[in-house]
Design a protein around this ligand. Structure first.
Ligand SMILES: [Zn+2]
Length: 203
């Protein structure tokens, strides 16, 4: 064992500590995962470690829609089969996964990476709104669908975007009220999300 290596017991402690920082993983789960990994084959642990490192090295933001991607522009923006006159605005990249899972939408996306929240000091300049309005310039955008969460921040953001985009002559729609107030899009079920999309109304 070389001088820098951590003694085995500490190595387990360190892993438990790191796992415990993950969302939804309490101390007990962290411990269970650490001992599971300890027992698992060497290659399995290495694949996991490698996947985490690669994630941090290769994943970047698409320079058009700000979705997470390993190629720029992302596969969605590059896809000519999709309707490039529609942009669906979401708060987080996970929301795209939820919407794509329904298969109801075939346009493009724009990820804000947050929502306007005066109480938390998040202003319009702290989310990717300027980048969204920049995409309106080429005249191909026919409709912007606001799919921000149905909580206070999401509604405020939708209202702000409506005031910003409508004067540009863009049709602005909001997902139908089928989504209960307080819903985070990524947790909405397929049927509810599909209904909300199909019943979207102009603001
Ligand atoms: Zn993109």
């Amino acid at each position: 064992m070389n001088q820098n290596s951590v003694p085995p017991a500490d190595a387990i402690g360190r892993l438990i500590q790191e796992l415990n920082k993950l969302p939804g993983i309490g101390p007990k789960s962290a411990q269970r995962l650490a001992f599971y990994l300890l027992r698992s084959p060497q290659e399995q642990a290495e694949r996991l470690a490698e996947a985490i490192v690669t994630l941090k090295q290769q994943i970047k933001l698409c320079s058009v829609c700000y979705n997470l991607t390993d190629s720029d522009p992302c596969a969605l923006c590059r896809n000519e089969q999709r309707d490039h006159s529609l942009i669906c605005v979401v708060e987080q990249p996970q929301d795209i996964l939820a919407i794509e899972h329904t298969g109801v939408y075939k346009g493009l996306y724009h990820v804000l990476h947050g929502a306007i929240s005066p109480t938390e000091g998040v202003g319009a300049g702290d989310v990717r709104i300027r980048e969204l309005t920049g995409r309106m310039n080429n005249g191909t955008i026919r409709e912007v669908i606001l799919a921000t969460n149905t909580n206070l921040e999401g509604e405020q953001t939708a209202m702000y975007l409506n005031q910003l985009l409508t004067p540009l002559g863009i049709k602005v729609t909001r997902l139908a009220r089928g989504l209960p107030f307080g819903t985070e899009l990524e947790y909405a079920d397929d049927a509810t999300l599909t209904r909300a999309f199909e019943g979207r109304t102009e603001l």
